[in-house]
Design a protein around this ligand. Sequence first.
Ligand code: ATP
Ligand code: MG
Length: 360
Amino acid sequence: MANTFDIAVFAGDGIGPEIMAPTVEILRKMADASDKYDLRFVDAPAGAAHYAKTGESFPATSMEIAKSADAILLSAMGLPDVRYPDGTEISPQIDLRKALTLFAGVRPVTVKAGQTTPLNMPEGKEIDFVLIRESTEGLFYTQGRGEVSENEARETLLITREISEKLFKFTFALAQNRKKAGRGTGRVTCVDKANVFRAFAFFRDMFDAEAANHADLKADHAYVDATALWMVQKPWDFDVLVTENMFGDILSDLGAGLMGGLGLAPSADIGLEHAVFQPCHGSAPDIAGQGVANPMAMILSAAMMLDWLGLEKGNAAMVEDARRLREAVEDVVAEGRVLTRDLGGSAGTDEAARAVLDML
Ligand code: ATP
Ligand code: MG
């Protein structure tokens, strides 16, 4: 069937398999209920536990599954006590980002009714913006390869035309889709430090060039320091933000902080041909095996996957199911009856996932 899509499933380590199983079940039920699309799930073993068992952290067969899939679903990989002999962490998700050139890290930041946040939210306000972090170059370019001598250390900030143009094209298309879906205000903000660094002036020029193709969207600029301030003072004013790798790294943790923690924070790493969807949190080894992990960030990541696939493949039913799934999670959280421990409740992983299914 032309509308059957292959999903590579990296169930990973720690709580990974516990949150992946109910998420796949929800997706399967939604696809079964729809005559407009079908999903086929293919397990891709990888990660720290797999390394401990087999001596391989990312088998070539799993990379093949990822490359040939229409989308990739990943929970969390890595364990503190399983490392490579040189001491470095096992993180196949970073290998994937490199191998598939996933240049756009997409982090939605939402605070809806019922959700706890460290901010004092004015009556009637909600936070709903997307931070897009360039994920292949910028200040991470020399990662692990910086020059260090006795009295000096240097790293490189690399901004290329090739990646930046793709990044901004992607960013404006995403803003357009949000506006069409009635979600965003159509504002796109380039976050940089163009007043100090020529590399960021270059970045901004390419942003402006792409902005000129989108008269229906409002493009503007902000310095990264001011953006950090505004993310705390008036985050409800933002719609879509796009920035360099290191700035995005820092601001996306600030965004997760606004959301009251990691349990509700999804993310995506997107390139021209591939995309990986995974929660912002890690494998949480401290609570693994207890059945108490919050599955919502994983389920929201699955909703992002449906949305992306639907838009890529021109399948409106998937975009609609993505919205339904996201709203079901928001409703369960707002209702507050079935919450996992991290959100102040006492429900287990499966119970929380079942509440989402019931809401659907
Ligand atoms: P990584 O380096 O892989 O990002 P980390 O050290 O940042 O990992 P996490 O694994 O994200 O840490 O866990 C941080 C804390 O948040 C832990 O106490 C963990 O139990 C908790 N946590 C993370 N994810 C969840 C979840 N889905 N449900 C409940 N608690 C979680
Ligand atoms: Mg972490």
